[in-house]
Design a protein around this ligand. Structure first.
Ligand SMILES: [Zn+2]
Length: 136
């Protein structure tokens, strides 16, 4: 068993056969196959910070990079503006945008080049309580 084995179902390299995650028999990758890189998290954090968001990573980082974007300051831009800023800064296309429970927006971005997808879940903005309301 070498690292050239892959699970086609998980789209990930596997050291064991069958795939420990899903049970599908692994396949030997073509000798020229290179696993795509994950999108650069440091650049994603920097770009999000520029428009008022903080980024948290979650998920296995196998098939794709899953991140959560939370509005962090009062001047945070809207969710569509964040996604456009990220797409421009990463040289990526926004291939899917979906409404999720509790007002979240989920999107998939594909960078130009050989990268795994970036799945981003953007938390909604809520109004801060006014100073008078906090006194109660
Ligand atoms: Zn699998």
């Amino acid at each position: 068993m070498t690292e050239r084995n892959r699970c086609a179902n998980c789209n990930s390299p596997r050291a064991a056969n069958p795939c420990p995650r899903c049970g599908t028999p692994t396949e030997l990758a073509h000798h020229s196959w290179e696993e795509p890189q994950l999108p650069p998290i440091d650049l994603i954090r920097k770009l999000a910070f520029e428009v008022g968001y903080a980024i948290g990573e979650h998920g296995s980082k196998e098939r794709d990079l899953d991140v959560i974007a939370a509005p962090w300051v009062d001047t945070a831009v809207t969710s569509p503006q964040l996604l456009t800023h990220l797409a421009n800064g990463l040289d990526a296309r926004i291939v899917e945008v979906e409404d999720k429970p509790l007002g979240r927006t989920a999107a998939t971005l594909l960078m130009r080049g050989w990268y795994r997808p970036l799945d981003i879940s953007v938390c909604p903005m809520i109004e801060s309580p006014t100073p008078t309301a906090q006194k109660e």
